[in-house]
Design a protein around this ligand. Structure first.
Ligand SMILES: Cc1cc2nc3c(=O)[nH]c(=O)nc-3n(C[C@H](O)[C@H](O)[C@H](O)COP(=O)(O)O)c2cc1C
Length: 87
């Protein structure tokens, strides 16, 4: 299934933001996740019975973590936030 913008870009790229919401909501419930982008479409679809027209772009395990590693800190916003122009 695919929804295209006028320039041909697939809206799935934008929908990835929803995945982050899922990760944050899971974390708020005490659950652990891990973005999995490295997988093969064919075996995944066969294993999970996903229809041919569906194109998975991310997966996550979901469960209660058995460890709580410390936060690794954040990149300063000024390194990636741009106000009005790129510079
Ligand atoms: C787009 C994307 C794809 C990822 N794919 C994988 C993956 O295939 N396998 C994996 O073990 N982790 C994957 N990760 C998880 C990262 O390795 C890392 O554990 C995660 O981003 C948390 O690190 P952070 O706290 O520094 O952001 C992926 C993360 C992102 C953002």
């Amino acid at each position: 299934m695919s929804w295209k913008r006028k320039d041909g870009r697939n809206y799935q790229d934008v929908d990835l933001a929803a995945f982050d919401h899922l990760v944050l909501a899971a974390t708020a419930e005490g659950l652990g996740t891990c973005w999995i982008g490295a997988f093969e479409q064919g075996p995944l679809k066969e294993t999970l019975g996903i229809p041919e027209e569906i194109e998975p772009i991310l997966l996550t395990p979901l469960g209660y973590p058995d460890e709580a590693p410390p936060a690794r800190g954040r990149k300063p916003g000024k390194e990636f936030i741009h106000w009005n122009t790129w510079k």
